[in-house]
Design a protein around this ligand. Structure first.
Ligand SMILES: Nc1ncnc2c1ncn2[C@@H]1O[C@H](COP(=O)(O)OP(=O)(O)OP(=O)(O)O)[C@@H](O)[C@H]1O
Ligand SMILES: [Mg+2]
Length: 340
């Protein structure tokens, strides 16, 4: 394990039980999250992002099966943990915040009591001391005084997510996994929550695994980005590498689809990627993106592309992305299937 790695996932494959049998959701994924870095996982719906997060926190659905691979936290194999060990690991070492913050809260506890309970489940604190710490935490995440006696159903989505962040950091974890933490919020609240998340990350020295399909958001916060397609990481690199020299045709297509504020003034239609992801369970060989890829070679239909290093920090799983870039220019947009 690399000395700086907090979480290391090696060759992880996960399937879900379904009527025709087990359907693969995550295929041979390897990634690392280093101390104090933000590693973003991006990819369209169903690409396996949440499944990776759930596997790393021991919260996979009972229908899920880890087919193979290792999940190491500071070198410790998380797959060997059982109930009590997981309780200790979650919260104290690895914490999670969710897309739907309200449903992640206990509906029958006030937010103060929820925090006190979570603090006392990991730390020996007398009631009075735990209550004082809970109030400090609520203040730290920007919740106005007086809210502590309210129940989740009485709070806005943004306040619920602030509570979620307070609960996540209250036992001083080292790794925070945030699965679409802002995508159910209004855009103004999204920015506030993102800012809070980054402040907490800096203040508490956290590593962050951020899951999002929003590349504009990722561009503001990530150090490293891994791009998922149909359960596989197809490209991984530093934020600069992914945004300035995306190598995989899918990553390049995603970049074309980012809608910025200036988009309207440019008067061009919003881009999309033509075609669709292979249906779960449908047998195919080779690269899952080949059907949608404008530069696919016959070999792409036969062989799953191996990982190819582009730098110490940047790799791509694509056979044809090393074709001379100049030869592609001019045809790239059309051949990549970018519409508009
Ligand atoms: N509990 C489950 N039971 C059966 N199949 C599941 C379950 N959870 C996820 N899947 C399937 O696993 C695949 C990956 O799903 P996952 O939720 O990990 O994707 P995701 O990238 O997080 O998507 P989204 O962006 O929509 O949240 C999908 O095909 C999905 O239908
Ligand atoms: Mg998800």
């Amino acid at each position: 394990m690399a000395p700086n790695a907090l979480l290391e996932i090696r060759h992880l494959s996960v399937s879900y039980f379904s009527t025709p049998g087990f359907l693969p959701a995550v295929r041979d994924i390897s990634l690392q999250v280093h101390k104090e870095e933000t590693h973003a996982l991006a990819g369209e719906t169903g690409s396996g992002k949440s499944t990776i997060a759930l596997a790393a926190t021991g919260l996979l659905d009972p229908r899920a099966k880890i087919e193979s691979g290792e999940i190491l936290y500071r070198g410790r194999d998380l797959r060997s943990l059982r109930g009590g060990d997981w309780k200790e690991m979650r919260g104290r070492e690895i914490a999670q915040i969710f897309q739907d913050a309200r449903s992640a809260l206990n509906p029958v506890l006030t937010i103060e009591d929820h925090l006190i309970e979570t603090l006392q489940s990991h730390q020996r604190r007398a009631n009075k001391e735990a209550k004082a710490r809970a109030l400090d935490l609520l203040q730290e995440v920007g919740i106005p005084g007086g809210h502590e006696k309210l129940y989740p159903f009485e709070l806005s989505g943004g306040i619920c997510q602030r509570v979620g962040i307070a609960l996540a950091i209250c036992n001083n974890p080292h790794l925070l996994i945030a699965d679409e933490p802002t995508s159910s919020l209004d855009s103004t609240i999204q920015a506030q929550i993102l800012e809070l998340l980054l402040l907490m990350k800096r203040r508490h020295g956290l590593a962050l695994m951020l899951i999002s399909h929003d590349l504009a958001l990722i561009s503001q916060v990530a150090d490293r980005i891994s791009i998922l397609y149909h359960g596989r990481i197809v490209e991984s690199g530093s934020k600069e590498e992914i945004f300035s020299s995306p190598a995989h045709p899918y990553t390049q297509s995603l970049m074309q689809c980012i809608v910025g504020l200036q988009h309207h003034s440019e008067m061009r239609p919003i881009a999309s990627i033509s075609g669709s992801v292979p249906v779960p369970g449908r047998q195919f060989s080779g690269c899952a993106f080949a059907q949608r890829c404008g530069i696919a070679l016959p070999e792409c239909q036969r062989t799953v592309p191996a990982r190819r290093e582009l730098s110490n920090t940047h790799w791509v799983a694509c056979i044809c992305s090393n074709i001379n870039q100049g030869a592609r220019d001019g045809q790239n947009r059309k051949r990549n299937g970018i519409e508009g």
